[in-house]
Design a protein around this ligand. Sequence first.
Ligand SMILES: [Zn+2]
Length: 250
Amino acid sequence: MAIKYRPVFLNYGFTLNIDKHNVHRPQCVICLDVLANESLRPQKLKWHLDKKHGDHVNKSREFFLRKEREMNNSKSVMSLAVFPSKGLTKASYLVAEKIAKEKKPYTIAEELILPCAKAMCREVLGETAASKISTNPLSADAIRRRIIDIGEDIKHQLYANQEANKFVIQLDESMDIAQKALILIFVRYRHGDDFMEDLLACDELQTKTTAAAEIFAVVKHIALHSLMWEDCVGICTDGAASDRSAQRCH
Ligand SMILES: [Zn+2]
């Protein structure tokens, strides 16, 4: 029968650590060693404190409470650094999609969005949330990779969905604030009784020209290399990528 931890054990410098079998084990708040369940006895815990941390023997409960808090804080920082959660990854995809759809430069994520998100989290949710959000991968390179991933995923969905094997491509060109020509490629396809519109790709054009021939070459290269041309039943190049303009070209 496993022994249960008792709060009074903190007076000897030991906090509760629960292992993967749900068994209580004493953890020293000074050296962070985790001892066996059988060591959950005052004389054994006292022995560890005397032998290993002689200079802390007569410290108050407040001292050990402070050590316990420090230990818990560094644990949560560690887990944030080592295991970025799934939520953070999804958040970076959501940011990438927004940036592409709003035709903003990829660098805006790191330069503006992340500092704003951190400031808002710190104000509303506290420092832990702010440091969690600051581990979000939002470099320009990460945003570019996310946008490519999103496009690849859309292509897979398009081909997994038999009724969607005919599609319309919608192009939207614009200048970003760095005066680079951007091209956004949307795909519109049938889904049940409805039509879906998704972002397929977003990239910079090498030149500032918006000549149809160059745009067409880029589209062919970045968006359609794994799609079948014969399934593309229309290409629309004018206007913004709104539902209305997509409707027109369908
Ligand atoms: Zn210790």
